[in-house]
Design a protein around this ligand. Sequence first.
Ligand SMILES: C[S@@+](CC[C@H](N)C(=O)[O-])C[C@H]1O[C@@H](n2cnc3c(N)ncnc32)[C@H](O)[C@@H]1O
Length: 294
Amino acid sequence: MSRSRSPARSAGQGSGPGDALETDEIRRLCEFLYRRTGMIFGESKRYYIERRIADRMAATGMRPFPTYFSYAQASESEVEYLINIFTVNETYFYREEDQLRCLGRSLLPNIVRGKKPGDLVRIWSVPCSTGEEPYSIAIWLLENWPMVDAYHIEIAGSDIDTRVLQKAVAGSYGERALSRLPPDVVERYFEQSRDGERRIIQDLRESVTFTPVNLVDKASIAAQGRFDVVFCRNVLIYFDNASRLLAANNLYDALHPGGYICLGHTESMSRISSRFRLCRYEDAIVYQRLEEGP
Ligand SMILES: C[S@@+](CC[C@H](N)C(=O)[O-])C[C@H]1O[C@@H](n2cnc3c(N)ncnc32)[C@H](O)[C@@H]1O
């Protein structure tokens, strides 16, 4: 067991001597977070982790690390805090418009073939981070899918990070998040808010629902019911193979047979599970839940 002390001293506000973490302490913390989230934190994150934990030990007064770690393990709200500070939440509107085009041109026409006008179509963005993805789906369909009023479209967003979900519900965004949206779309779906940001108009905000969900926790996924399309983009890259398989199996159960899953650019279901069929559409590659899995 390595006991080398990190040369990096904590520079965080309020942290001080004695807040540096041993290699073994960082490893225990990463293992704990991995078991709770599926995410792996490599050696490259070491300085970041050490700095954030030093700040947290200072803020809670729980130090040294063994004291803090026992406290964190016994407190669900502290675990939630830890998960929230270690997630990577990068996202923006119309992040991959090709996939939205694929949704409107290929996936939804296939899905509604088996439905009657007025029937429910459920679309899930998980993880949704601060909400740009589910709101993008809603806006894109309103703008581009001629059948949008013929069906009852339900769009949901979920994430493990409760802090980003609060932002998603508030629906206020800065320039950077909006930079890919055409100006006329911004005018139609956003209002100016007092802090200089743009806020999604109330009707649209209230039409998208947000719930906390952990992709590697079967029960939390099962509680959301079944969906026709799942967007699970840019999270599997943070998982190891075991977590990817767990998430894939959970999402398989969350899809109606024949339902679709859209992954991020660099992610592939074929390398994770054989329970989905790769579908190459004109606009994007997606995966379809086989009617009956192996
Ligand atoms: C980079 S964002 C992706 C957001 C959006 N899908 C996109 O592509 O723009 C990754 C998100 O995954 C979430 N996340 C990490 N582990 C998770 C888990 N086990 N269950 C649910 N969400 C998770 C993080 O909180 C973060 O908001």
